[in-house]
Design a protein around this ligand. Structure first.
Ligand code: NAD
Length: 365
């Protein structure tokens, strides 16, 4: 008998519900064609939750998120809620979810689909076949370290302070995620910091080396963050898994993502301790400028769902099938407006979803 997987779907605001609709169609397809069963619950988050409950994440929704295997998240925010207090703003709901689920590992793949190599800002030969994974530590480092703040120095001068701080356990747990990921990929990890000028970087390097002893099958290299930024745009295919802290990961993941083209194509995952919380979401926001027009690209959200299949539900074959189906549709010159190129066929959000279902059926036979 097939196992039933639990999932909470939080479509959110703007284009969130539009792109999530296409994920639901993929879920139905898996049920019918691969006998993969999901027990789905659905809730409000962000502006929709604020309108309904006066908060951007209701306690009941949070409890549901903690009880399921994974959360599929659309996007939140929009001009309608710009005047709302900061702690009730749509984006606060997402931050609270990440914190409460203790999602310390943020996975951002940079995967270049062959039909889109021309959309990259780099030469096609540099990105053709590109498949790297940036793993960013998400709950520690300089964004959270104390002391922090802006002080008046009393002489017309002010001082801004932030503290980069990491403890052993924070480095160990994210390093384990990196090595485990590498085992499912090409078996290489590049750990990135600034050990040459920062003690927290030196600790990072030493503690990653400690964990590496448990993974003798994985090749580990260390690289300074500034060099890594340069290497990413010089020869990005040299990397497999890049493991880095919150601050460097913020920047390096944006650089790597843009190697592959459009925001509408970029999935992400945020993971906590094994089996205790996972959230999958597109990198893009709620895109209020195109919401309601039926033209949003659903691929980033569908690929985020594929990541859920791979990393939470242990369904790697189906994850690969979805990625292959996306590639097939792009190969057939089908495009949403954001990735439109001359001579290709432009389709709506639901038409793109339909083409992906057709490709799934074709590849499954
Ligand atoms: P955005 O990602 O929503 O949009 C940036 C641009 O990319 C827009 O022109 C948009 O039309 C386009 N775009 C984004 N996703 C697309 C898709 N799937 N298909 C086609 N085009 C797409 O970023 P923004 O405009 O800076 O922010 C809009 C709102 O989203 C804000 O309220 C912001 O706070 C929120 N936001 C939410 C998240 C999240 O929920 N994780 C992330 C980023 C921004």
């Amino acid at each position: 008998m097939s196992k039933t997987h639990s999932m909470l779907i939080l479509p959110g605001d703007g284009i969130g519900p539009e792109v999530m609709e296409e994920v639901k169609r993929v879920i139905s397809w898996l049920d019918e064609n691969r006998d993969i069963k999901f027990d789905i619950s659905e809730g409000h988050v962000g502006g929709r939750a604020y309108d309904e409950y006066g908060v951007s994440l209701h306690d009941d929704t949070l409890a549901q998120a903690k009880a399921v295997d994974a959360v599929m998240f659309g996007a939140v925010g929009g001009p309608k809620w710009d005047g709302v207090d900061y702690d009730k703003r749509p984006e606060a709901g997402l931050l609270k979810l990440r914190k409460e689920l203790n999602l310390f590992a943020n996975l951002r793949p940079a995967l270049c689909f062959e039909p889109l190599v021309d959309a990259s800002s780099l030469k096609p030969e540099l990105v053709s076949g590109l498949d790297i994974m940036i793993l960013r530590e998400l709950t520690g480092g300089v964004y959270f370290g104390e002391p922090r703040g802006i002080e008046e120095l009393g002489n017309g001068q002010r001082r801004g302070v932030n503290t980069q701080v990491y403890e052993t356990y924070e480095i160990h747990r994210v390093a384990h995620v990196a090595f485990d990921l590498a085992r499912k990929r090409s078996g290489r990890v590049t750990s990135v910091e600034k050990a040459n000028v920062m003690e927290s970087g030196l600790l990072w390097r030493e503690e990653v080396n400690v964990i590496a002893k448990d993974y003798s099958d994985i090749k580990l290299d260390h690289m300074y963050a500034d060099n890594c930024a340069m290497q990413l745009v010089r020869t990005p295919k040299q990397f497999d898994v890049i493991l880095t802290d919150n601050l460097f990961g913020d920047m390096l993941s944006d650089i790597a993502a843009m190697l592959t083209g459009s925001l509408g194509m970029l999935p992400s995952a945020s993971l906590g301790e094994a089996g205790k919380g996972a959230l999958y979401e597109p990198v893009h926001g709620s895109a209020p400028d195109i919401a309601g027009k039926g033209i949003a690209n659903p691929i980033a959200t569908i690929l985020s769902f594929a990541m859920a299949l791979r990393y939470t539900y242990d369904c790697s074959d189906e994850a690969a099938l979805i990625e292959d189906a996306v590639n097939e549709v792009l190969k057939n010159d089908i495009r949403t407006a954001d990735i439109m190129q001359p001579g290709k066929t432009q389709v709506s959000t639901s038409e793109m979803g339909g083409h992906i279902l057709d490709a799934l059926t074709k590849l499954n036979n």
